[in-house]
Design a protein around this ligand. Structure first.
Ligand code: FCB
Length: 427
């Protein structure tokens, strides 16, 4: 008999996260236009990516057709034992033209939240998960000072309409990463590489969140509001002095700057954890012993350090994303198991973690990389949009239903869990 048992706190949220652009299909926003631009296609051709994956891989198009199939997807989440689901609202659907709101689309998202609650699944709703309406792009997007008022107006409209169905609001998804990828490294639309723009966008995102927080509280004083932040486990290798110094700087800017600036305007912290960055006289000197299909190092123990670092904010933490691209489903069960052991360790040491949302419920459009990375608990056949839960989804289901990790599931999924090295928090 295996007596291993790591119980999680009562009322812990177990589920998955999604975002509108990546799954819904049939949208019109700055991303969809960028995906189909000549500039984008010629980049894909000249780098050989078009030939390797086909141009269709890089156009979000119908995606998973979740917009039409959301009932089916939510029923599946229920069958898989989830009691929380994170989805985002497409700003471009709600406000396709400046100041013109589409009631039919507002009702669509209202229906989604209502359906989830009916199934006993708590909705976590993200107001902005990167794409913006085309009219806003034309006005300068997040770089324009006007965006703060636009975002406020959109927030007010959505929250007032969904206030009876939604208690948990995430205003912005990974604002820091967006500012970087869209305005500094230039890999996402509008592909700027400009330090001033980057800083301006960061400032506007902070202001927009602060204002949105106040608006939401006014509409619904008991709403719980936060952002989803992409925090990296930054490790100073062997605690060498230079490494420690670089770590201090990187932590300050990458992990804490945004949170510090909004700390009086957040009820909880939404943590997205994917990355480890080992510093050894330079950044990213990772061992990369185990990597996902897209080459991201899988470093589950980093979750523990990132959580411990967030304790100082004294706020509840929901893990709003964590996952991996793993088409063959070889590593997912191991990764979930190891990650959750480290979440549990942090909880044991007093970190107030209240939920874990795996990224993602289903395979989806992974931004500039397109469809080929497979992040889903559920596999999508893009030819006919058929859904099929992977083995790891059933493993995760057992965890959700048991509210923790038990010896029974270790026996049942032994070959998946022990395929890779496991940490010293021993079963
Ligand atoms: C996060 C994003 C999410 C998804 C995962 C893999 O940074 O928030 O949309 O792309 O990475």
């Amino acid at each position: 008999m295996n007596t291993f048992n790591l119980k999680f706190p009562d009322d812990f949220f177990w589920g998955a996260a999604t975002s509108s652009h990546q799954i819904e299909g049939d949208k019109h926003n700055d991303w969809t236009e960028w995906e189909k631009s000549e500039k984008r296609f010629s980049h894909l051709r000249s780098t050989g990516l078009a030939e390797q994956y086909g141009l269709d891989n890089f156009v979000s198009g119908k995606a998973c057709n979740h917009y039409k199939l959301f009932h089916e997807d939510f029923n599946l989440a229920k069958e898989l034992g989830h009691n929380v689901l994170r989805f985002s609202i497409a700003w471009s659907r709600i406000e396709p033209e400046e100041g013109v709101f589409d009631q039919k689309e507002i009702d669509h998202y209202k229906e989604k939240a209502r359906k989830l609650r009916e199934l006993g699944i708590e909705p976590f709703v993200t107001l902005w998960h990167w794409p913006i309406p085309v009219w806003l792009r034309d006005k300068g997007g997040w770089q324009s000072g006007k965006v703060i008022n636009y975002f406020s107006r959109y927030t007010e409209k959505v929250v007032a309409s969904l206030k009876d169905e939604v208690q948990f609001w995430i205003t912005l998804n990974e604002a820091e990463l967006y500012a970087n990828n869209s305005y500094l490294s230039g890999i996402w639309p509008p592909q700027k590489k400009n330090l001033i723009s980057y800083l301006l966008v960061t400032r506007n995102l902070i202001k927009a969140h602060r204002k949105a927080f106040k608006i939401i509280k006014k509409i619904n004083p008991i709403a719980q509001i936060g952002v989803a932040t992409n925090n990296v486990y930054i490790e100073a290798y062997k605690n060498r002095a230079v490494n420690l110094l670089l770590k201090k700087f990187a932590d300050w800017w990458v992990n804490f700057y945004f949170l510090n600036r909004i700390n009086d305007c957040q009820d909880f912290i939404g943590l997205n954890y994917y990355f480890h960055n080992r510093i050894n006289y330079g950044f990213n000197r990772n061992e990369n012993a185990i990597v996902s299909d897209i080459g991201w190092e899988l470093y589950p123990e980093g979750m523990y350090f990132v959580l411990k670092d967030l304790k100082k904010y004294n706020k509840p933490i929901y893990i709003t994303e964590n996952g991996l691209a793993d088409a063959k489903d070889e590593k997912r069960a191991w990764y979930i198991f190891e990650t959750l052991k480290h979440v549990h360790k942090a909880i044991d040491e007093g970190v107030d973690v209240r939920g874990y949302l795996h990224w993602s419920l289903m395979d989806n459009f992974e931004w500039e990389k397109g469809f080929w990375p497979r992040f889903g608990l559920v596999e999508i056949d893009y030819k006919n949009c058929e859904r099929k839960a992977r083995t790891s989804a059933y493993f995760y289901k057992d965890i959700c239903l048991a509210n923790g990790l038990t010896g029974d599931m270790i026996n049942k999924y032994n070959d998946l869990i022990f395929r890779f090295p496991v940490s010293k928090i021993l079963p």
